[in-house]
Design a protein around this ligand. Structure first.
Ligand SMILES: Nc1ncnc2c1ncn2[C@@H]1O[C@H](COP(=O)(O)OP(=O)(O)OP(=O)(O)O)[C@@H](O)[C@H]1O
Length: 362
């Protein structure tokens, strides 16, 4: 899916704007506070229904404006164009896909597959497992039709089981949720395990290109210490029920799943410099984009904030070449135009931003 054109009204400091986007690279150039990150953020909100930096969604609405609206005309590569839009007032949220209103953020996310790379992305490797679970689940949500149902089933069963544990419910009541939890866990576990295997396959060559390291591995952690069969997880749940009751929640399961990376048999923190860890994070994001492309035969939308600032000139050139080879649509911010070489791209447009005003540069 690619964004053919984008309309933004009432969002952060951006003046009302309509741009025709390149199917390849869209370079957003401007000084500090000109609105570059806001433009990426508008696209991110369109794809995820929330911002990557605002604590309150209402921060996104322009000062003195009643609401914001972001509308994209999407091009699926089959010649069909489809409008998708999100509008948010202080309280209410409205989504339209192909002219029809919907309340489903999942449906919106399916239409607008956005991935973000910004100066905080290295936290994917450094922070706790939640971000890495989201990373796995983003890939599975798009690639595996059975994923979302299993995920919802699991979350519902987990909520009910935890409530039953806290309420001191009889074993019979908890048994019912254990069965449901174990059945959904088996599906999630199988999908995430397969995802990590596929991720390793695409990450290795990408890490070799961006980082010059070849022995990069992905180790899946399922969230409980037994073999991956439904029965085993049910047994594990049963055995841990007493302690779960004491704690008031289910201590193990796919809600604790994670993955770790390995570079030449070591954790990235031990094997790599900080700059190299950033390159590994970039390779990881690109691997996600590549997997999306392999599964769906279509491009996803990569939002890259402040990439040049992160890398020395040699690494910048290597990353630029790798990005240009990827079949994805890119929106990349930079303070100066020369920091990213646009020559490797077959299709590229540069947009200049000043004080929230966006203009295509010819
Ligand atoms: N709701 C809002 N209404 C109006 N202006 C806002 C709102 N929220 C943020 N701003 C302003 O928008 C400006 C643009 O910020 P943005 O982060 O998009 O700039 P940028 O070009 O990415 O800057 P930098 O290069 O420094 O990262 C900031 O000056 C900020 O104060």
């Amino acid at each position: 899916m690619r964004v053919a054109s984008l309309d933004i009204t009432g969002f952060r400091n951006l003046r009302p704007v309509r741009i025709d986007c390149s199917p390849g690279l869209n370079l957003l150039v401007g000084p500090n506070a000109s609105g570059k990150t806001s433009l990426l953020e508008a696209l991110y909100v369109l794809g995820r229904g929330r911002s990557f930096r605002a604590r309150q969604q209402r921060e996104l609405i322009q000062t003195d404006a009643p609401w914001f609206r972001v509308v994209a005309m999407l091009d699926g590569g089959d010649g069909r164009r489809r409008p998708v839009g999100i509008e948010r007032g202080p309280q209410e949220l409205a989504i339209r896909i192909d002219g029809a209103p919907t309340r489903s953020l999942a449906e919106l996310a399916r239409q607008v597959p956005v991935l973000l790379l910004n100066p905080d992305s290295h936290r994917l490797l450094e922070d706790g497992p939640r971000q890495r679970r989201r990373f796995m689940d983003w890939g599975l949500f798009h690639a595996e039709p059975t994923f979302i149902d299993a995920w919802r089933r699991y979350e519902t069963a987990l909520r009910h089981r935890n409530a039953a544990l806290r309420a001191g419910a009889a074993d019979r009541a908890v048994d019912a949720w254990d069965g449901e939890l174990a059945a959904a866990a088996a599906i999630l576990d199988r999908l995430r395990d397969a995802f990590c295997t596929a991720l390793e396959g695409v990450l290795e060559p990408l890490a070799a290109r961006t980082l010059g390291k070849e022995r990069v591995g992905v180790d899946y952690r399922r969230g409980w210490p037994l073999e991956p069969s439904e029965r085993d997880f049910a047994v594990w749940l049963r055995a841990g029920r007493g302690s779960d009751r004491q704690q008031g929640h289910t201590r193990s399961g796919p809600h604790r799943a994670d993955f770790t990376l390995r570079v030449a048999s070591q954790p990235p923190g031990a094997a790599l410099s900080r700059g190299q860890q950033k390159l590994l994070t970039i390779a990881l994001l690109l691997a996600q984009a590549e997997l999306y492309h392999r599964h769906l035969g279509d491009a996803c939308i990569l939002l890259i904030d402040d990439l040049p600032a992160e890398l020395d000139p040699g690494n910048r050139a290597r990353v630029s070449r790798t990005l240009a080879e990827l079949d994805a649509q890119l929106f990349v911010t930079a303070i100066e135009p020369g920091l990213l070489d646009i020559a490797p791209w077959r299709a590229a447009k540069t947009f200049g931003l000043t004080g929230g005003d966006v203009r295509e540069m010819i």
